[in-house]
Design a binder for this molecule. Structure first.
Ligand code: UDP
Length: 381
C-alpha cells in the first residue's frame, strides 16, 4: 500500500513526505499522533483574526537560500524582523545585548568608555558569546561581561534549563551573543519573514497530496512495531520493507533501553486582553522577574486591526515522559553520550532513517531542519 512511512508531521516529516510524493511519485503514509499537522510549528487564526502559535513563538530566519526558496513553493512571505527586549531593573533593553543596550543601562561616560574598548578589540557588527567575553582581562570589559551574565543570562538560563550557563552546552547560550553594533534585531540572517497565512498553510500544501495518506490522532506504536532482536519493522502486523522515516523521540522508539534522554518542557499560558497592544515588541524576555521566561504578543508578528490582543507566558519545567511535550533536548556531556548510544543502536535497522529535533537530539531551528530534511531526502531516499 505504501512505499514509505513517515512518523511525525513537523518540518522534518512533512518535507520528506512532500519530496517522496512529488519528486519520486511514490506513496507515503504519514502517522501523526496529534489532531493536526505541523508539529510544534502549528498555528491557527482565532475568532478575532489573530494568528496564534499554539506551541510558542516561531520566527523564521535563515541564511540558507535553498531552504527559503524551497519553502517559498508553499507560501508567500511577510517580511518580519524579529525584535526582543529584556526587562532589566525596570527598563526594557534590546537583546542580543548591543551598543544601544549599553547606553540604556549605564551612565553615558561609562557606556562610551566600554563601547570604545569593545570597538578596539572587535570589528563593528561582530558577535561575541557571553562565555567568551567573560574571559577578557580588561576591568571594564569584565564588568560588562559580568553584568550581562548576571542580568541577562544567569537567571533566564536557570529558569529555562534549571542550570547555570556554563553547565549547559556553550552552543545553547551562544545562540544569543553580545553584538558589537546597533542592530536591534534578534537575528542577523539574510532572510527574515513569516508565512503570510501562517505556518499551517505550508504544511497543508505539502501534505494534502494524492500520494500522501495522513493518519492523524494515531500514535505510531498503535500501528507500527520494532522488533529489537530481528531488527525488523512491522506495520499492522506485517513486516514493512520500505523505508521508515522517524521524527519522534529516539529513546522512546527503542523502549528507553539505555535510559531516558533529558528534555525540557514548558507550560504555556495564553491570555486574551481587551487592549490594542500589550507590549512594544513581539517578545519581551524576563530574565530576573517572575516565573515565566518571556511574553510573546502575536499581533506584532501578524498585525491585525482589532481591539484585543493575545499574549503567551512560557513557564519552563522538567519533562515527564509520556505526560509533557519534549520541547527542547537538554545538552550536557552525559546526554550527548547517551544519545550516541541510541544512534549507534539505530544503525542496526537498515530501513530506518531518523531526522529531526527529537530523533537526532539536536537543537534544530526551523530552517536547519528544512535544510537537513532536504539533504536526507537527496542522500538517503
Ligand atoms: N538566553 C538568556 N537570556 C535571554 C535570551 C536567551 O539567558 O534573554 C539563553 C537561554 O539559556 C536560552 C538560550 O540563550 O535558552 C537560547 O535562547 P533562544 O532565544 O535562542 O531560545 P528559544 O527561542 O530557542 O527558546
Amino acid at each position: 500500500m505504501f512505499d514509505y512511512i513517515v512518523v511525525g508531521s513537523g518540518f522534518a516529516g512533512s518535507v520528506i513526505a512532500e519530496r517522496i510524493a512529488n519528486v519520486l511519485n511514490k506513496k507515503v503514509l504519514v502517522i501523526e499522533k496529534r489532531n493536526h499537522i505541523g508539529g510544534n510549528c502549528y498555528d491557527y487564526k482565532n475568532k478575532d483574526g489573530i494568528i496564534i502559535h499554539k506551541y510558542g513563538p516561531h520566527l523564521f530566519h535563515t541564511d540558507y537560500k535553498e531552504a527559503f526558496d524551497y519553502l517559498s513553493n508553499f507560501t508567500d512571505w511577510r517580511i518580519y524582523h524579529h525584535k526582543v527586549l529584556a526587562f532589566i531593573d525596570g527598563k526594557k533593553v534590546p537583546v542580543p545585548f548591543n551598543l544601544n543596550s549599553l547606553y540604556e543601562v549605564f551612565p553615558e561616560s561609562l557606556a562610551s568608555r566600554i563601547e570604545k574598548k569593545m570597538l578596539e578589540r572587535y570589528p563593528y557588527n561582530s558577535r561575541v558569546s557571553i562565555l567568551e567575553l567573560r574571559k577578557k582581562n580588561d576591568e571594564d570589559l569584565k564588568f560588562l561581561a559580568d553584568y550581562v551574565y548576571e542580568k541577562v543570562f544567569v537567571n533566564y538560563t536557570a529558569k529555562q534549563w534549571g542550570l547555570k550557563p556554563e553547565e549547559i552546552d556553550p552552543e545553547v547560550t551562544a545562540r544569543v551573543p553580545i553584538l558589537i553594533g546597533r542592530d536591534d534585531r534578534y537575528f542577523n540572517d539574510k532572510y527574515q519573514a513569516v508565512p503570510v497565512e501562517g505556518y499551517h498553510k505550508i504544511f497543508e500544501r505539502m501534505l494534502f497530496h494524492p500520494n500522501i495518506k495522513l493518519l492523524l490522532n494515531t500514535d505510531y506504536k498503535e500501528v507500527m512495531q520494532l522488533d529489537l532482536d530481528s531488527r525488523k519493522i512491522y506495520f499492522l502486523g506485517q513486516e514493512f520493507r520500505g523505508k521508515v522515516i522517524f521524527t519522534g523521540m529516539i529513546d522512546e522508539l527503542f523502549g528507553y533501553r539505555f535510559g531516558q534522554l533529558p528534555y525540557r518542557s514548558l507550560d504555556l499560558k495564553f491570555e486574551t486582553l481587551e487592549m490594542e497592544y500589550f507590549q512594544e515588541t513581539a517578545v519581551v524576555n524576563y530574565p530576573n522577574d517572575y516565573n515565566f521566561t518571556r511574553i510573546t504578543e502575536f499581533k506584532h508578528i501578524h498585525p491585525v486591526d482589532v481591539e484585543k490582543t493575545i499574549i503567551l507566558k512560557e513557564y519552563p519545567k522538567a519533562y515527564r515522559a509520556g505526560r509533557d511535550i519534549p520541547y527542547y533536548p537538554m545538552f550536557t556531556k552525559e546526554s550527548r553520550e547517551l544519545y550516541l548510544k541510541y544512534r549507534e543502536f539505530a544503525e542496526n535497522f537498515k530501513n530506518l532513517i531518523l531526522v529531526g529535533r527529537l530523533a537526532e537530539y539536536k537543537y534544530y531551528d526551523m530552517d536547519d531542519i528544512v535544510k537537513r530534511a532536504l539533504e536526507v531526502f537527496e542522500e538517503r531516499i
